[in-house]
Design a protein around this ligand. Structure first.
Ligand code: NDP
Length: 424
């Protein structure tokens, strides 16, 4: 039986749509950053980045960061956990060691602070070469996704137990249109180094997320060295660091998410994880490092309240679903589907089909508010995130209605709202 059937359905407007996104998203990333820091001198010629004599130090820093994290991921201890059952019946093993990675990173930062008397040249380098590093990460995302696409045709498994089996491809990225499959991701779970490096989970949680944290820190550090007001910058750094470390420390929760279970690893995820997250999610901090913004105590309280409310909804609803699926909350009302799985229709999950998305969006809003209403540009994040969540909700609805059929229709009668109760 073949699990890798060819699909004819395409998202994002098909081949033309993904070509537009392939060029549009990197250009947008550079453009929006240039709007916030117009004075920054930045090499625009792509040839500069391929000339290793000129850009060698940038490549060395970026690859050092990426490979250093791969090394940390491999050598640091962790617990091996089984992922969700995939459509060929297999269950991959994942090493969960986010806590050790975070502790080591914080230890290194603390040591560098002490050894350099607070000067932290690495953070200054990151601040000063921010846009150059964004360009390097764009080129790297292209290279990585091309490599992974080509490698998806190589059926020599790193995992010797699977030698005679074909690689599991993602359903969405197996259309036979090379550009489309390269963009969406052809192979479902590319693994390297004898199976010990799961590239998709690694990219989702390490190089981009932690770089986002470091970029924020570099902005705070820059203004600290300049003796500027640090209130708004400290606030955004604290709020986003909390979110980053919450994600990295709860990495087990990611194993059941759509990205890991059904999306392939292609340019979309490589670029999203490695470039879009660090180099656009840090825009508020970048803005605040250039334009000082004073926040009153009432404004700070409002921002912290919105973030806390959003986080409470996001965290408790996700936790509730995950605990329910582990059989830990049997008293909650649910419907049993003919696939054998249960759909919760109680507590948070009676309010809307994706109440967790609503919480996540409030978190996004609180971050944008740290720049108050001084610029519309930092609010791009709220708008982009709303589009991402809406698109995700529609994809999930399609997936669930196909999977559960009539049971899904019954579920939708019981829980009619999709994201925002009584509104949508
Ligand atoms: P969900 O956590 O909503 O998971 C959807 C899946 O859960 C469905 O496919 C279905 O899977 C199962 N499910 C749906 N309804 C129910 C129910 N009532 N009871 C039990 N199981 C149900 O979506 P995501 O995985 O997309 O998102 C998880 C979190 O990650 C969200 O909080 C989201 O905001 C966040 N996120 C953040 C992003 C960022 O960039 N910051 C990007 C993407 C997501 P099954 O087939 O198992 O039934």
């Amino acid at each position: 039986m073949t699990f890798n059937r060819i699909t004819k359905e395409m998202e994002f407007g098909g081949v033309n749509g993904v070509i537009l996104l392939t060029f549009g998203l990197p250009l947008f990333t550079i453009w929006i950053n240039k709007q916030l820091t117009p004075d920054v001198n930045f090499h625009t010629a792509v040839s500069y980045y391929f000339n290793l004599k000129q850009s060698g130090h940038l490549w060395l820093s970026y690859l050092g960061w990426f490979c250093g994290l791969v090394l940390m991921d491999i050598i640091l201890p962790g617990q091996w956990v089984r992922g969700t059952k995939l459509r060929d019946g297999s269950q991959l093993l994942y090493k969960i060691n986010g806590i050790w990675n975070c502790l080591l990173l914080i230890l290194i930062l603390g040591l560098r602070w002490l050894l350099t008397d607070g000067k932290m040249p690495e953070l200054q380098y990151l601040y000063e070469n921010y846009l150059e590093l964004a360009m390097i990460s764009i080129i790297f995302s292209f290279a990585l996704s091309i490599f992974v696409y080509l490698n998806s045709f190589n059926n020599d498994f790193a995992d010797s137990n699977k030698k005679n089996k074909k690689k599991l491809l993602s359903l969405g990225g197996n259309t036979t249109y090379p550009i489309y499959d390269w963009f969406i991701g052809r192979e479902l779970n590319p693994r390297f180094l004898g199976g010990s490096l799961d590239l998709k989970l690694f990219c989702e949680l390490r190089p981009g997320l932690l770089l986002w944290f470091l970029i924020n820190l570099s902005c705070l550090h820059h203004n600290y060295l300049q003796g500027k007001n640090l209130v708004a910058l400290t606030l955004i750094t604290a709020l986003q660091s909390f979110y980053v470390f919450d994600g990295v420390l709860n990495e087990e929760g990611l194993l059941s998410m759509m990205d890991i279970v059904s999306d392939g690893f292609g340019f979309m995820l490589a670029f999203g994880d490695l470039t879009f997250v660090p180099f656009t999610y840090a825009l508020q901090a970048r803005y605040l490092s250039v334009y000082e913004s004073k926040l009153s105590m009432n404004q700070i309280l409002l921002i912290v309240s919105i973030m806390s409310m959003g986080y409470y909804i996001f965290h408790s609803s996700n936790l509730e679903k995950s605990r329910f699926r582990q059989g830990k909350l049997p008293h909650l009302k649910s419907i049993t589907t003919n696939k054998g799985t249960k759909l919760l229709v109680d507590s948070w999950w009676a309010k809307s089909q994706h109440i967790n998305y609503m919480g996540d969006w409030f978190i996004a809003l609180s971050w944008c508010l740290t720049t108050w209403f001084n610029t519309p540009l930092t609010y791009y994040y709220c708008i982009y995130f709303a589009i991402l969540l809406l698109h995700r909700q529609r994809r999930d609805e399609l997936k669930c209605s196909r999977k559960y059929g009539e049971d899904w229709a019954k579920y939708q009668e019981l829980v009619p709202y999709k994201i925002i109760p009584y509104v949508y």
